[in-house]
Design a protein around this ligand. Structure first.
Ligand SMILES: [Zn+2]
Length: 241
């Protein structure tokens, strides 16, 4: 694994790792938690529709992930179901032919800003692997419930960050989810606006950096708009069932 690349080999991935794979020519990454034994737990939409945005972009994105592919014999991948669910897939189904990348935690500000785009790392440290695996299992036990999938507010990256840190947006309708890739896209368009108004590239870049840092889950925790859900609360919920 290089210093600036998050790409890893299958031999390097460990249980409790937050992994992702680019889809559709690097337009969107799908995120999940590696749980060991060649399996990944991830939040998805039925029919491989996790990238749908409800805009004209969908016709480009959805065409690459046809819901009509044959069901995997290894994991019986459930991506062909309808609805929003946390599911287990084999690594092959999760990667869908793409490369394997490791989402990094507890990175420095410099490393965070050195990344050309969001959705690849965070300033926030990860909890121990056993806590991460517990959260992933917990949502499988709840029949895959993690609320309604929303590309901006509640997506596969939000689920993986939540498993790693226990942090959830206080309000499901927050302007930005914990998702770095959505935040990065919003920051980029905001920076482009400032650039066009000021004509100063450096001003646009400064705003881009500020907006990305401000949107990172670590900064949001300090502001109090994401909050940690204690494991004890999840255990209590399980015992009520
Ligand atoms: Zn599979």
């Amino acid at each position: 694994m290089g210093l600036f690349s998050n790409k890893i080999s299958r031999e390097e991935v460990k249980p409790g790792d937050h992994i992702y794979s680019w889809r559709t020519a690097y337009v969107y990454a799908h995120h999940g938690i590696y749980v060991g034994g060649g399996k990944v737990v991830h939040f998805t939409r039925g029919g491989g529709r996790e990238t749908e945005t409800g805009t004209f972009l969908d016709k480009f994105v959805v065409s690459s992930s046809s819901p009509n592919y044959p069901q995997c014999l290894v994991c019986k991948d459930l991506s062909s179901f309808n609805g929003d669910k946390v599911i287990t897939s084999c690594l092959d189904c999760f990667l869908a032919g793409g490369n394997l990348y490791l989402f990094k935690y507890d990175v420095s500000w410099a490393a965070f800003l050195a990344k050309p785009r969001g959705g690849t790392c965070t300033l926030e440290p990860s909890d121990p692997p056993e806590d991460v695996l517990f959260r992933a299992d917990f949502h499988l036990l709840l029949d895959g419930w993690f609320g309604d999938y929303d590309v901006a507010d509640n997506n596969c990256e939000d689920f993986a960050i939540y498993c790693k840190t226990g942090l959830l947006a206080r309000c499901n309708k927050a302007i930005l989810g914990t998702s770095g890739q959505v935040n990065s896209a919003v920051s980029a368009s905001f920076a482009a606006l400032v650039l066009s108004l000021s004509g100063l590239p450096v001003a646009g870049f400064g705003v881009y950096c500020y907006a990305r840092l401000a949107g990172d889950v670590s900064m949001r925790r300090r502001r109090g708009d994401v909050t940690k859900v204690p494991l004890e609360r999840l255990v209590a919920l399980l015992n009520q069932r």
